[in-house]
Ligand binder design. Structure first.
Ligand SMILES: Cc1cc2nc3c(=O)[nH]c(=O)nc-3n(C[C@H](O)[C@H](O)[C@H](O)COP(=O)(O)OP(=O)(O)OC[C@H]3O[C@@H](n4cnc5c(N)ncnc54)[C@H](O)[C@@H]3O)c2cc1C
Length: 308
């Protein structure tokens, strides 16, 4: 019951100001967003890759309101690419982007987001890695998929995310499961209306399995974005049934969540990619992590009370 309330709060400017200014917040945020600057994140990239993990790097931020902020988002990613170039990690460190951070919701936003994200995708390709377009709320997806298709003309390895909770996603998966495509399947993290999305966990889980079957049977490269132990076992079984080798799919989890499982899967020989977010505009990302697990909110509230 708490999840939808927290997701509504994630879009409130007033609550954003309150939570962002609370002195204790930073300690709790660190668990999920382990740095604010490129300098702070590079040692973490080194540490995770040294332990056999791969990364997808996210500069936090979304729903920006001016073209200047969208250009700043592009530049933050270009700075990241510059630093990744020095580390020579190739596809072991890729990037995830939210198009709303690149201006998608502004006037002429579709073209603006495409113009801002293209240089990032180009720069990533020049250092031998790639970019995945995150999925935001359902109203943004037609534009996201169109940008994905456009980028893939020149950079076919550009990935995208699909969300199991949306009714549309099984059809999207069939369209995307073509040769060379990289598709991350997640359950979905936004507050969506009953007209567009399953609301019950068991329905979402069932949809996840149906869609995963489509991706595993297809010719693309499935990226299983989940911490759910049941879905991870099912994914392993489906990969086996469809004759996929260990390097023909990968698991992805978020930094700070089930970290032992990251290492266990990597030790079993799986490709395990950790979604690692950093930056100062962490509010929306952080609130979605609280919404996913109400125990996180209780922990956060207790810290506020005991330190406040
Ligand atoms: C790599 C990656 C990329 C993602 N990208 C997107 C995206 O582009 N768009 C989008 O809408 N969503 C995205 N998500 C979020 C996703 O939609 C889910 O909200 C999130 O992964 C929780 O679902 P779950 O599959 O882990 O299953 P759940 O059933 O929610 O969780 C399974 C178990 O994992 C643990 N767990 C899960 N979440 C948390 C948490 N926040 N804190 C502590 N423990 C937790 C708990 O032990 C829980 O019992 C992404 C997730 C991952 C892993």
């Amino acid at each position: 019951m708490l999840g939808p309330v927290i997701l509504a709060a994630s879009r409130s400017d007033r609550i954003r100001r309150l939570i962002s200014a609370a002195p204790v917040t930073r300690q709790v945020v660190d668990r999920f967003i382990p740095g604010e600057t490129v300098d702070e994140i590079v040692p973490i990239v080194r540490e995770l890759t040294d332990r056999g993990l791969e990364l997808t790097m996210d500069v936090v931020g979304e729903d920006i309101t001016t073209p200047g902020q969208a250009a700043a988002a592009r530049d933050a990613y270009l700075e990241l690419v510059d630093r990744l170039k020095q580390l020579e990690l190739g596809t072991r460190a890729e990037m995830s982007v939210k198009l709303s951070m690149f201006g998608q919701a502004l006037a002429g936003g579709h073209e603006l987001a495409l113009a801002n994200v293209r240089p990032v995708v180009e720069a990533a390709a020049a250092i031998g890695t790639t970019v995945t377009l995150d999925a935001e709320d359902h109203t943004t997806l037609d534009s996201m998929f169109a940008i994905h298709e456009e980028l893939r003309k020149d950079f076919p390895q550009t990935g995208c995310v699909i969300q199991a909770y949306l009714f549309r996603t099984e059809a999207d998966a069939r369209r995307l499961a073509d040769s060379g495509s990289r598709v991350r399947l997640v359950k979905g993290a936004y507050k969506e209306p009953a007209e567009a999305a399953y609301q019950q966990k068991h329905e979402i889980d069932k949809a996840y399995v149906r869609i995963l079957k489509v991706l595993m049977a297809g010719e693309g490269y499935p990226m299983i974005g989940s911490h759910d132990p049941r879905l991870i076992s099912i994914a392993q079984e489906l990969a086996r049934q469809s004759g996929r080798k260990l390097d023909e799919y990968e698991f992805q989890m978020l930094y700070g969540i089930r970290s032992d499982e990251h290492l266990r899967l990597a030790a079993e020989g799986h490709r395990m990619r950790v979604y690692t977010a950093y930056g100062t505009d962490w509010y929306g990302y952080f609130m979605r992590r609280l919404a996913e697990k109400p125990a996180n909110l209780r922990f956060f509230a207790r810290s506020m009370i005991s330190k406040g």
